[in-house]
Design a protein around this ligand. Sequence first.
Ligand SMILES: Nc1ncnc2c1ncn2[C@@H]1O[C@H](COP(=O)(O)OP(=O)(O)O)[C@@H](O)[C@H]1O
Ligand SMILES: [Mg+2]
Length: 241
Amino acid sequence: MGKVISLVNQKGGVGKTTTSINLSSALGHLGKKVLLIDLDPQSNSTTGLGLNKADISKSIYDVITHSCDIRDAIIKTKFKNLSIIPSMIYLSGAEIELIQTASKESNFVIGDQLKMQIDLIRDRYDYILIDCPPALGVLTTNALAASDSVLIPVQCEYYSLEGVTQLLNTILLTQSKINPKLDIEGVLLTMLDGRTLVGLEVVEEKDDMVKINFWMHSILYGMQTQSATIIYVLYNYKCRF
Ligand SMILES: Nc1ncnc2c1ncn2[C@@H]1O[C@H](COP(=O)(O)OP(=O)(O)O)[C@@H](O)[C@H]1O
Ligand SMILES: [Mg+2]
């Protein structure tokens, strides 16, 4: 059974997509079968893995609105062992559509849509990663409901830790209401510039986080390409998998 990991942070520009692309391609390179689900209407993982939007006929929008079978939306990438379910900009309308359906159908539960579809293909993969949008709305709720764990990229800058508290509350709420098995995989500090005071202060804050059983690792500023290697080491030698 594949492990489902969501990359979540309601803040934009913190490294969710960069980590999703690097981690999924690194795991594929190691011989693991990997599926990356692009759940952000901005579609950066989709284009980042080299897909041309003009060639996409089915996307995660069709999967989440149940207008296509998940198996029909999977596309093989040029990277070893790595497939993707792409995103398109009209995914941004899915949230309103799901809310409208819920108001019409009394037994319709918002949040279950992605999990129901992922359950059909879980056994085909070792890892299914979900690159989430920068919001804690219906799409991210769907991701959290479908996941075994969350990986939280946090940029080493001034306001970043304030958002993490809000995110942790959302995770606690999801655990109590929708998905009791949801675990926190860890916090990944991104874009750390060790020459700045702010960067170092964020790193110091990690002591508080470690107390609640997080592992932490940091990706330095300008280290995008090497981050795959770092994450590879992290995931293999820290025995998280
Ligand atoms: N380690 C890094 N060093 C420098 N720039 C980075 C690093 N990681 C990510 N970036 C850049 O930061 C921007 C935001 O990253 P992205 O992964 O798109 O964040 P998110 O998906 O959270 O919005 C992108 O332009 C990306 O290329
Ligand atoms: Mg992104």
